[in-house]
Ligand binder design. Structure first.
Ligand code: ZN
Length: 844
């Protein structure tokens, strides 16, 4: 058992001079790093990973050192403690792992090219230069970089370049910052730039495979986001520039490197003339998320990775706050309700889930902390609760204080609560600790007992769960004044129900706005009252009714069969959030039917009944000037109509395809994926398959690429599935960053599942070698657990993954995902018959 020590305890760097000489041709680089700092002991350690160290000097003299790959260390013996300057020379390889310094590959006009970029979060700066690679070890950095430079190439970094000498680019010294936020990139780039009101230069950079106007939308959002945050935080943007760079190969979605934010291409550049509103909203929130980090995360950084939530939960809330201010017509909080809320409620209901704040020491475990549903989605819901309790004025005053106190330094959750606490009279820390330190969330049961309205809380589990008596401080947000602001007790009585109902004149409800992280189980009387009045509820409340009933069904507190008859009541809604919630429930019914069975035919009939009028209303072609709700609703109903095998819908999509066969890329981005998928599924051929693959290779439009992936992976043709799987390991055709989506597509395809499952088991080693160093690696397991639903697949899943349980970084995911599949298998076993009976009844 290795004991993990923080290197910062023994050596505290204050400044780095980093010189790199990078050669793309040989895929190697040479480096020389000089670190000035305070040695607290004579035996110190500096991080490295994959560096071949040639020499180590302390204050100009050679000193003894050893490299230890188990602990990522260079162990150094210093002659003395105190202020010391350490110089290390080394060489290393460029790898294709999308971590450290790595190449991105792309083509322009048939010519293969590459740009070099970096990804240092969480602990990959040590692959580029020796450093104390811990967030607390903040220092200033002066970068100088030489590379196999071609005429016209651009190099950018956190800070502006100050001079070039003998082919070496010298960058201005940074402010005090963490190693994981250092970044640079070079290659044949195009850019567009502007300046904020306060004089910050803002730029968007991308390869020349993109049209110049694809940079316009992100430039506008980035500029206005920075202006918004400077005002909201009442703290100036701390650097001279803010560059946004799209990298053709990128593991995560985006990375908040200070002053040089990097993005997956599909999350930054977009065609302003043909991009779905939903995609624009997503890209805007990604940009706003990364720019929120420039203060929260970059200016003030978590002290250690256990407080990762401080960075991510906060940025995940602020992306919505910012975009809501920038584009009020988008009602972006609706997207929060249809994406973050369900994702958090789903994952956080599994017994064994991590808490938002979680202890971690082993570097191999750090990447597995980035559980999107918990650290991002649940965490942001926690902060939305805080914002609702405090109000924006107190929140902003608290944040201003937080930045002023901790800027260029580090902080913990307690520091944030202290700053917010002084700005209000609530003990925010005490309330929030019950949510941050405990995994899971409560279901509040509201019931009329002996005429009295009573509330009680208990942890909610979907699947098996062990009750251990957890209790939360729950912001109730009731529509009856008699309910307290916070419920801390296990149960409370609110008073005589008949009197309360009469005095309030409306059904009793909790969690109005769906901003608190709990669900409600109303007893029969209270639920009937709500459902009788459901049409008068706003769309978020209607979403919430469906959301809570679905979760209660998943948790087997009610049966799905009770939910099925309600669906038609919501089917004609013109609200996109209601349709989103409706189709989440409907899609969950698919697990109860065997493909191509009579039960599936019944479910398809239900889908047809739900979607028919909406398809007729909205049509296949977006209309000029239609509402945002209509634009966002159309994909749900078209998808439903195709699942329903609605003959008119299939014919309509085929007709559009045929008319546009030579210009598929120009099909409206809102509906293109359905038109392509329909064609591949119902009119597929090898010629179509080859044509779409060629288009995938050619286009630089990330959304079009995704549409093609979704279409091709839905093929029912066994030969084409075999050809698809052959391409999984051909990185020229399917980039490692995109492979998971292709794998998921084939695995979710009933006709392709066996082949995809065989592939991942047979070639696991290849996968691990190719993307194993990547922080997104474990999500391959999550993808599998999202799909499997039979006892046979569960047994195979266990047989394959249980022997890997002790692999650092995989343990948590394998344990969780086994429970996810077990819960689903049990649920299907218990409810299949009654659900299908209910479907048969409602379609009559
Ligand atoms: Zn983030």
């Amino acid at each position: 058992m290795t004991e993990f020590k923080r290197f910062y305890e023994k050596f505290q760097p204050s400044h780095y001079d980093v010189y790199l000489d990078i050669n793309r041709e040989t895929k190697r680089f040479n480096g020389q790093t000089t670190i000035t700092g305070e040695a607290k002991a004579q035996e110190i350690a500096i991080h490295q990973n994959g560096l071949v160290v040639a020499s180590v000097q302390a204050d100009g003299n050679d000193v003894p050192f050893t490299t230890d790959n188990d602990t990522d260390a260079i162990q150094i013996d210093l002659p003395k403690t105190g202020e010391t300057t350490i110089a290390i020379t080394y060489t290393a390889k460029l790898t294709d792992s999308m971590m450290g310094i790595y190449p991105s590959y792309y083509e322009v006009g048939g010519v293969k090219k590459q740009i070099i970029g970096t990804q240092f979060e969480t602990n990959f700066a040590r692959q580029a230069f020796p450093c104390v690679d811990e967030p607390e070890a903040k220092a200033t950095f002066a970068l100088s970089i030489k590379f196999d430079e071609q005429p016209g190439e651009t190099i950018i970094s956190n800070m502006p370049e100050v001079r070039t000498e003998d082919g070496v680019h010298y960058f201005d010294t940074t402010v005090r910052m963490s190693t994981y936020l250092v970044a640079f990139a070079f290659g044949d780039l195009q850019s567009k730039q502007t300046t904020t009101k306060s004089g910050v230069k803002v730029g968007v950079f991308a390869t020349k495979a993109h049209k110049a106007n694809e940079l316009d939308f992100p430039l506008d959002i980035a500029k206005r986001s920075i202006e918004f945050y400077e005002d909201f935080y009442q703290t100036p943007y701390p650097l001279p520039h803010s560059w946004q760079l799209a990298l053709p190969d990128f593991s995560a979605g985006a990375m908040e490197n200070w002053g040089l934010v990097t993005y997956r291409e599909a999350y930054l550049v977009l065609d302003p003339d043909n991009t779905a509103l939903e995609t624009k909203q997503l890209v805007a929130t990604v940009i706003a998320h990364e720019l929120a980090h420039q203060w929260f995360g970059d200016l003030v950084t978590m002290k250690w990775w256990d407080d990762l939530w401080l960075n991510e939960s906060f940025a995940n809330m602020m992306e919505y706050v910012a975009i809501d201010a920038l584009e009020p017509d988008w009602h972006i909080w609706e997207m929060f309700q249809t994406s973050e809320a369900p994702s958090a409620l789903q994952r956080d209901a599994i017994d064994g889930v991590q808490s938002v704040h979680v202890q971690v020491e082993n570097p191999a475990e750090i990447d597995s902390l980035f559980d999107g549903a918990i650290v991002y989605a649940k965490g942001s819901r926690m902060l939305v609760m805080v914002r609702a309790l405090l109000g924006d004025d107190a929140l902003r005053a608290g944040l201003k204080k937080y930045f002023a106190t901790h800027k260029y330094g580090n902080a913990t959750g307690a520091d944030l609560w202290a700053a917010l606490g002084t700005a209000s009279d609530l003990d925010i820390g005490a309330i929030m600790n019950s949510w941050l330190e405990q995994p899971g969330y409560p279901v509040v049961t509201a019931a009329v007992v002996d005429g009295k309205l009573t509330l009680s809380q208990k942890q909610f589990f979907s699947g098996k769960g062990k009750e251990v008596g957890r209790q939360w401080q729950i912001p109730l947000n009731s529509n009856y004044d008699v309910a307290p602001t916070i419920m801390s007790e296990r149960s409370i009585t609110l008073g005589d129900y008949a009197k309360l109902r009469k005095a309030n004149g409306k059904p009793f409800r909790l969690n109005v706005g769906n901003d608190s992280h709990f669900i409600v189980k109303y007893d029969r009387e209270l639920l009937k009252d709500i459902l009788d009045n459901v049409k008068s509820l706003d769309s978020i409340s209607q979403l919430q009714v469906l959301q809570d009933l679905r979760l209660l069904a998943e948790g087997r507190q009610i049966s799905y069969a009770e939910v099925v008859p309600l669906l038609k009541d919501f089917a004609d809604s013109t609200s996109n959030v209601v349709n989103a919630a409706l189709y989440v429930v409907a899609n969950n019914l698919k697990k109860f039917v065997t493909p191509s069975s009579d039960e599936e035919a019944q479910l398809q009939t239900l889908y047809n009944q739900l979607s028919k009028a909406q398809v007729a209303r909205l049509g296949w072609t977006p209309k000029a000037g239609e509402s945002n709700d209509d634009q966002l609703t159309r994909p749900y109903v078209l998808s439903a109509a195709l699942y329903a095998k609605n003959a008119d819908a299939i014919a309509a999509a085929h007709k559009i395809f045929t008319a546009n066969a030579d210009k598929l890329e120009t099909l409206p981005a809102d509906t293109r994926v359905f038109i392509l998928r329909n064609e591949v599924k119902n009119f597929g051929s090898t010629a179509l398959f080859d044509k779409l693959f060629a288009a995938h290779h050619q286009t630089a439009d990330g959304n079009y690429k995704e549409d093609i992936c979704s279409a091709l992976t839905s093929t029912p043709d066994a030969d084409l599935i075999a050809r698809l799987i052959e391409k999984f390991e051909d990185t020229d055709t399917i980039k490692p960053q995109d492979l998971r989506a292709w794998f998921r597509g084939v695995l979710a395809n009933e006709k392709g599942q066996q082949a995809a499952w065989d592939w991942i088991r047979n070639d696991w080693q290849w996968l691990e070698d190719t993307v194993g160093g990547d922080m997104e690696f474990t999500t391959y397991i999550t993808v599998i657990a999202g799909i499997f639903r039979t006892p046979e697949r569960l047994a195979e899943f266990k047989a394959f993954f249980e022997p890997k349980l002790n692999t650092p970084g995989l343990t948590r995911e394998i344990t969780m995902d086994t429970k996810v599949i077990e819960g689903r298998v049990d649920l299907i076993e218990a409810q299949k018959a009654s659900v299908n009976e209910a479907v048969a009844k409602v379609i009559k």
